[in-house]
Design a protein around this ligand. Structure first.
Ligand code: XMP
Length: 513
């Protein structure tokens, strides 16, 4: 944590990552802590303000999370959002009333003039509500400063002690003035300085890596060519070029030109001592006859670990394994599994750190994906690499339904290339979170010229999403679908039919296997 940032105590609302995003967008560092974090943990961060987040519980619930009482008596500005406001009321001597019907959706908000929290915010603007309990009497020192038609105390303020509570969610886009309100609190009332940006992060991260490696060890990384591991590579190379060895395992399940792009960027352009392991034969051998998706993943994972471990053992003096863990991976585990749960080790290379006695280095674990992209550009990665859609570790194997063999891989590679190139050339690629083609294990009847054909089917998938946890299908224009479909059928032998996937996640997943 950068001193002077904002600490958000996380009480489990689905919007909590958004609070952190909004505050970082202002240039102020922000980190989430478990709602009941002990005061020492909060002090460690040297925050300039606290936010108590929303959450699904009722403050009177048996298992309702509460903050450490000492945290509430710290001399810091505090903003309580929804459940967080009710906590402020309950831990003061206010009254929270349960048993109301849950209010969910937009409401028009009216506030007292002259209240700093509402500076530059008009009257009657839409605020997003999502609550059952409500504050019916404000605690000592507070006054009610905003209301809606159905809620007499929609916000409360104690400006002398810089304590505020809002019953609505300023962090969501549906609250029209939400960003202004958060700015008023963070930059105005709390006086936090907007010093967080990728330049300061880079300097800090480089220093941290150097300190970690000061005893002279080497660090290795499984480089996949995806955004996260590529940015880790660029960062480690900037920090310790002589001690960093990226390892790229070509599993033979990559898209056209992927291995070449990785070699060109990291070996030729950056001059890294890249180790490339050609594992095509091993992976395809292990996948022979395998059709079950989980079996495929297991086989691929097993071979990957074998090859990676062999490569790692041949490098002298390795003490660290770097990984591209991002902030959402870290907070996901805090909020869903409770504050005492250990944070999951993400993309951990199958127990390798323990077997080889390696320490983990996760230099991006404070960053959101868009911040990682920005950092990648700063570090000189090609823009095309930095804005790439996610690509699963098992690669095309989970996009070839049925057996993976060289013939199927060849068809899918050619289709994928046509599809993705079209999206890029027509300015659609960046509107889509992830797009890919799937080769189905069925044949259907068609005609080509005078000939009757009996060929394969391709399913095209394109989804919008923010984190891959939920997704909607991208509303692709019919004109584009027609162009892509005819290019595929005309140019790829063996494919006679193209369909577009219109399923959401849930209930579908993004990948087909
Ligand atoms: P699903 O299909 O679960 O995918 O909706 C969510 C995101 O995760 C990616 N994905 C994987 N990534 N190994 C990976 O590294 C895997 O086995 C795997 N399966 C799915 C998927 O591409 C999407 O971005």
């Amino acid at each position: 944590m950068i001193p002077g940032g904002v600490a958000v105590l996380d009480f489990g609302s689905q919007y909590n990552q958004l609070i952190a995003r909004r505050i970082r967008e202002m240039g102020v560092y922000c980190e989430l802590l478990p709602g009941n974090a002990p005061i020492e943990r909060v002090l460690d961060l040297k925050p300039s303000a606290l936010v108590l987040s929303g959450g699904p519980s009722s403050v009177y619930g048996e298992y309702a999370p509460h903050p450490d009482p000492e945290v509430l008596s710290m001399d810091l500005p505090i903003l309580g959002i929804c459940y967080g406001m009710q906590l402020l009321a309950l831990h003061g001597d206010g009254t929270v009333e349960g048993g109301h019907e849950r209010e969910y959706g937009p409401a028009k908000l009216f506030h007292d003039e002259g209240e700093e929290l509402f500076a530059s915010i008009g009257q009657g603007l839409q605020a997003w509500m999502s609550h059952g309990d409500r504050v019916v009497r404000v605690p000592d020192g507070f006054t009610a400063v905003a209301r809606t038609d159905s809620l007499p105390i929609a916000a409360m303020a104690d400006p002398r002690n810089r304590r505020y509570g809002v019953q609505f969610h300023p962090e969501v886009n549906h609250t029209e003035f939400g960003r202004v309100l958060l700015r008023n609190f963070v930059l105005g009332i709390a006086g936090a300085r907007p010093e967080w940006n990728m330049e300061t992060f880079e300097k800090m991260a480089v220093k941290k890596v150097r300190r970690e490696l000061e005893d002279g060890g080497r660090v290795i990384l499984g480089l996949s060519g995806g955004v996260d591991s590529s940015v880790v590579a660029a960062l480690l190379h900037r920090a310790m070029p002589d001690r960093f060895v990226p390892i790229f395992v070509d599993n033979g399940l990559l898209r056209t030109g992927e291995r070449e792009a990785v070699e060109e960027t990291f070996r030729d352009h950056f001059g890294m001592p890249l180790r490339v392991i050609d594992g095509t034969g091993d992976f395809l051998g292990a996948l022979k006859g395998v059709t079950d998706p989980e079996e495929k993943r297991k086989a691929i994972g097993r071979v990957f670990i074998e090859l990676f471990e062999r490569a790692a053992s041949s490098i002298e003096g390795v003490t660290h394994l770097a990984q591209g863990t991002l902030y959402p991976d870290v907070i996901e585990s805090i909020s869903f599994r409770g504050p005492s749960a250990t944070i999951k080790s993400h993309h951990n290379v199958g127990g390798l750190p323990e077997r080889m006695h390696l320490k983990l280095l996760e230099p991006l674990r404070e960053l959101f994906k868009d911040e990682v992209r920005e950092l990648g550009i700063r570090l000189g990665l090609p823009p095309g690499m930095v804005r790439r859609h996610p690509f699963p570790g098992p690669g095309l194997a989970v996009r070839i339904l049925g057996e993976v063999n060289p013939g199927n891989l060849d068809i899918l590679r050619r289709v994928d290339r046509i599809y993705i190139d079209y999206l890029i050339e027509n300015g659609l690629y960046d509107e889509i979170w992830q797009a890919f083609a799937v080769l189905l294990p069925v044949r259907t009847v068609g005609v080509m010229g005078d000939e009757r054909t009996y060929d394969r089917v391709i399913a095209l998938r394109a989804v919008t999403s923010t984190d891959g946890m939920t997704a909607d299908w991208y509303r692709m224009d019919h004109h584009h679908l027609a162009m892509i479909s005819s290019a595929i059928v005309n140019r790829v032998d063996g494919v006679s039919r193209v369909v577009y996937d219109v399923s959401t996640k849930p209930p579908g997943t993004i990948e087909w296997e």
